[in-house]
Write a protein that binds this ligand. Structure first.
Ligand SMILES: [Zn+2]
Length: 303
């Protein structure tokens, strides 16, 4: 990325993830909270899904953060579901998604019920988001990098409307609630991204020495065991795995517990890999998506 001119800070992409909602509302009322962070950069604040916020639900008709693929945005018909209309509106204001987008960077603040700490999700290997996120892993306990490579045009996430984005997943926090400690850490983290954007624009961030980071890269989602497709789930997350996001899960480790009390073990990957690092373990919003956890692989890199 060359100069960063336009940044969007968004909350409420999921209406019941209140850290981002309240952060954006607070900053709208008190611009002095962030305005000195990156002079010369236009920072826009957006509450992405007001209708879902009003309902205190993740979404009204359809998950907004699954509505930004180019196909969804381009469809010739006018969609009747609220979130598809809202996605087009946001794309008109902050996009259009693709090479001519007005927005250089979207920082989209989310919550998870999983024990993810401050999880920085990168969907591209963009030099600014890599360097800034690496710096933040040094400054914040429990800040971790999750790399989820996406073909940008096909990706359904709001952040992909910009040239680059970081999806900030803060947890554990029950959806629909707030946690003061997490709110304060999130506010500091988002401010640091803005300050680092200023450092980037001054050409200073690029000069920092390489930083060693652990990178958790998406491997695959793992569903709950079921007797057949469409059946109720037949097991729960194993109690010994619950809350152990980003920890190693090795072949033979306990993975699920059936309702009869039987332990189901992790059997390794079909390619022979025997250790993975699960995240989003037991995320409440993913029950409807049939995701029990996302499996990642860990590497150490210099960013
Ligand atoms: Zn979310």
């Amino acid at each position: 990325m060359s100069l960063i001119r336009n940044i969007v800070v968004s909350g409420g992409t999921h209406g019941n993830e209140r850290t981002g909602v309240r952060l954006v509302e607070k900053w709208m009322e008190h611009p002095e909270c962030y305005s000195a962070c990156c002079p010369g950069v236009n920072v826009s604040l957006v509450l992405a899904n007001p209708e879902a916020m009003r309902l205190n639900r993740r979404y009204r008709d359809h998950d907004l953060n699954r509505a930004f693929s180019q196909t969804c945005l381009d469809a010739s018909f006018e969609p009747h579901q609220y979130e598809f209309r809202r996605a087009r509106e946001l794309d008109r204001i902050y996009g259009p998604k693709g090479a001519n987008t007005k927005t250089d960077l979207i920082l989209d603040v989310h919550n998870t019920g999983s024990n993810m700490g401050l999880c920085l999700i990168l969907s591209t290997r963009d030099p600014f988001t890599m360097k800034a996120s690496a710096v933040l892993t040094q400054e914040f306990d429990e800040a971790r990098i999750y790399y989820q490579p996406e073909e940008r045009s096909a990706s359904p996430y709001f952040g992909t409307v910009a040239k680059a984005d970081v999806c900030i997943e803060i947890g554990p926090q029950q959806h629909g609630t707030l946690d003061a400690r997490l709110f304060e850490r999130t506010e500091r983290l988002v401010k640091r991204y803005l300050e680092l954007a200023d450092e980037w624009n001054r050409g200073e961030l690029q000069k920092r020495a390489p930083i060693q980071v652990e990178v958790f890269t998406q491997l695959r989602d793992l569903g709950y065991p079921k007797a057949w497709a469409g059946a109720p789930i037949s097991a729960m997350i194993h109690p010994e795995l619950l809350g152990r996001d980003f920890g190693a899960l090795k072949r033979g480790d306990k993975l699920f517990r059936t309702f009869d009390g039987e332990d189901l073990l992790y059997e390794g990957e079909s390619d022979g890999r025997d250790t993975v690092y699960p995240i989003f373990i037991n995320e409440p919003a993913y029950y409807e998506k049939d995701i029990a956890m996302s499996l990642t692989v860990k590497s150490v890199e210099e960013w």
